[in-house]
Design a protein around this ligand. Structure first.
Ligand code: MG
Length: 204
């Protein structure tokens, strides 16, 4: 399986990092080795001094597809989860300056938190109206609603599937809202989809 992550999909987050709002979805991948095993803490790698959380809605692909038309994209998923796209912001900044790929900053072991449970979409009003939030040490730090995405999930699937075949079990991280920030040893991160608790990640 693969993980596809969308960058800069919420205007207020693009702004907080002084990035331009993109005119088409931008994406990168994380390998399956980046998934943090459930209940494991995330150990801050020794090579970063600025590890950031980015809470994101995750869409799980449930059938094989390529060149999926936007109007058919909704047939390719029926469950959503929640995760964190951990980002070594200092390393990413250096990659950006050199025009290098971001994998060192984004695809390292443990950088993908994926909720153990995925919830059926019919529990929600619709894919583009889902509230989610992240708490750090019990305080809300990021609050999002999928209606604020620049590119909808169906547009993302249509775009990405022109380049990559989507397979059953692939995950799409759909971008993070504003409020990203650093973690420190002994922090605890907890994510919620609507009012449902989805994961807890202790930082070590
Ligand atoms: Mg992200």
């Amino acid at each position: 399986m693969k993980i596809i992550c969308i960058g800069r999909n919420y205007a207020n987050h693009a702004k907080e990092l002084n990035n331009k709002v993109p005119t088409e979805p931008m994406f990168f991948c994380k390998p399956d080795s980046s998934i943090l095993p459930n209940r494991n803490p995330l150990f801050i790698p020794e090579w970063t001094n600025d590890l950031h959380f980015e809470v994101e809605l995750i869409v799980k692909i449930n059938r094989l597809g390529k060149y999926i038309e936007e109007k058919h994209a909704h047939k390719y998923y029926d469950q959503v989860g929640l995760g964190i796209d951990f980002t070594a912001r200092d390393v990413q900044q250096k990659c950006k300056e050199k025009g290098h790929p971001w994998e060192k900053a984004k695809a390292f072991d443990g950088s993908a938190v994926v909720s153990r449970k995925f919830l059926p979409l019919d529990q929600f009003k619709g894919i583009q109206d889902i509230n989610f939030h992240l708490e750090k040490n019990g305080e809300k730090v990021q609050i999002g609603n999928t209606s604020d995405m620049i590119f909808s999930v169906d547009q993302i699937i249509a775009h990405v599937s022109q380049f990559m075949t989507l397979k059953m079990g692939d995950l799409i991280f759909t971008g993070t809202p504003a409020g990203v920030g650093p973690v420190a040893i002994d922090d605890k991160l907890e994510g919620y989809l609507e009012d449902q608790w989805m994961f807890k990640v202790p930082i070590k």
